[in-house]
Design a protein around this ligand. Structure first.
Ligand code: GLU
Length: 509
């Protein structure tokens, strides 16, 4: 059947979006764009007890940062709204009623105590075809009593009446056909009168149906719910338009076994959230990829390859390339190890590819943290351009290029030992004279003049150049010395050499 591709990302605002959720959103986005489809952001907030303030905004901001855009959603609007489930109560009530009318669901009054009692009485108790006959529900009670209890305001739930001993088939694009016997399913609660809200299962499938979702692409943790969803589609008579299921492989711990958790990130020092998250209750701050200095393109590229491969050895791929190459056939069934070091590698690659002016803007807040605010963006861009090849994360631009923005206040001991002898101060004095005589400090020009002077005097090239570097940078590190001396104003270069002559005491050998 030819259907317009419509996918949705349907997070519950119960906390910050985990990196696994980001990957789910990304695969949805890629698939939608590959098929000229629509991408929906739906907020599944029917569980009011788990609602966390700020989580919804956090989710939208995170995906925006990563360039995962939506065609329809709470912020975007769209013709199938509202896109927040708590604003769709009336719709769900109508569909719950449809199931009740068709005898596919029933009303149950059992209190928590009565359920506990049943668990004591019946071993391995499950609310299903074998036990529902002994519970307090509309199947065992006269209609008048049910109506009376409801009229009296008694709380109840609506349960799905699952037919026993049926093989339920879930067709999954990655896993193939998954068959589950309905005996293992319980009569799931679909609606609670207490808050007049449906549960996840009902709201989720009613919305997928009404929003004309063609593919449900979500994490593997939702696979156990899929048979129930298939049965709900059937109960409503929507089997023909049931979405195609795709359950994505889990993200696994970088070391050891099991699911990736926040604790792994804390232990090994990598974020598991896209943006920094400030927990409104505990006040705890969890690190985010953005604040750590990752580029969104690098995070996208890294995540895309966790569970999918392009079938060749391409690694660095833009969103457009991912959209061209992606396919579920190349997604794995087994979990993907979260190799965070690979994430750092990707970031290094993307920093190297990113325009200097763009990097300079991202670097500005880091400079500000170090008290450097009044600085020419063009100067920053040139400095960044010289050191970006050595940076993994944005803050590394500072560790690699701090000397462009401040004079050294210490000098590396081991370099002094190696490069600063009793004769050095006099040679440095001479170098100041040479530099003062140069009008055009362009790297190649200054280099020629200085090297000619060194040769003419018969000085040791390495010693002179490294002493020069030590004076300007504070250590024997950094890019080509004459490139540095071209960018830093000449007076400043000279001032630094003067200061070094005063400050550095040659180490006795
Ligand atoms: N609300 C569910 C979640 O938080 C949605 C699962 C689904 O995509 O069906 O992930």
């Amino acid at each position: 059947m030819d259907r317009k591709v419509r996918v949705r990302f349907a997070p519950s605002p119960t906390g910050p979006l985990h990196i696994g959720g980001v990957r789910t959103a990304l695969y949805n986005y890629i698939f939608a764009h590959q098929n000229d489809g629509d991408m929906i952001l739906r907020i599944e907030d029917t569980d009011s007890r788990r609602f966390v303030p700020g989580a919804e905004e956090y989710i939208a901001d995170s995906l925006h940062w990563l360039g995962i855009k939506f065609d329809e959603g709470v912020r975007e609007g769209g013709e199938y709204g509202p896109y927040k489930q708590s604003e769709r109560r009336e719709i769900y009530k109508e569909y719950v009623q449809k199931l009740l009318d068709a005898d596919k669901a029933y009303i149950a009054f059992d209190t928590p105590e009565e359920l506990e009692e049943a668990r004591q009485r019946i071993s391995n108790f499950q609310y299903d075809a074998s036990t529902r006959g002994s519970m307090r529900n509309s199947l065992t009670m006269p209609k008048e009593e049910v109506d009376r209890l409801i009229a009296e305001g008694k709380q109840y739930v609506v349960r799905f009446k699952i037919e026993p001993n049926r093989d339920v088939k879930v067709n999954d694009l990655i896993r193939g056909e998954v068959v589950i016997n309905s005996n293992i399913l319980d009569d799931k609660v679909l609606y609670k009168s207490a808050d007049e809200l449906p549960t996840y299962h009902l709201a989720n499938i009613v919305d997928d149906h009404l929003m004309k979702v063609s593919h449900v692409i979500r994490g593997e943790e939702w696979l156990p719910s899929a048979p129930l969803h298939v049965l709900l589609y059937e109960a409503f008579g929507w089997t023909d338009t049931m979405p195609q299921f795709v359950h994505l492989p889990l993200l696994l711990k970088p070391v050891g076994n099991g699911k990736l958790s926040k604790r792994d990130g804390d232990k090994l020092g990598f974020p598991v959230f896209p943006l920094e998250w400030h927990d409104p209750k505990s006040g705890e701050i969890s690190s985010g990829y953005r604040e750590k200095g990752y580029l969104p393109e690098a995070v996208v590229n890294f995540l895309a390859l966790l569970g999918w491969n392009p079938g060749d050895d391409s690694e660095v791929m833009s969103m457009d390339e991912l959209i061209k190459k992606f396919s579920f056939e190349h997604c794995s069934k087994s979990g993907a190890k979260f190799d965070f070091k690979k994430g750092i590698w990707f970031n290094h690659e993307y920093i190297g590819k990113t325009d200097d002016a763009v990097l300079a803007q991202l670097f500005m807040p880091v400079l500000a943290e170090h008290g450097i605010t009044d600085v020419d963006p063009e100067y920053v861009a040139k400095a960044v351009g010289m050191v970006k090849g050595r940076a993994d994360l944005i803050p590394d631009l500072w560790t690699q290029g701090d000397f462009f923005f401040r004079a050294p206040d210490t000098y590396a001991e081991k370099d002094i030992k190696k490069r600063w002898s009793a004769e050095t101060p006099a040679i440095m004095e001479e170098l100041i004279g040479v530099l003062e005589g140069i009008d055009d400090m362009t790297s190649a020009n200054a280099e020629k003049i200085v090297l000619d002077w060194i040769a003419e005097k018969g000085y040791h090239l390495g010693n002179v150049m490294n002493a020069f570097r030590l004076a300007v940078v504070g250590a024997c590190r950094g890019p080509h010395m004459f490139d540095i001396a071209e960018l830093i104003p000449k007076e400043e270069v000279i001032a630094r050499i003067r200061r070094a002559i005063k400050e550095i005491k040659p180490v006795q050998k």
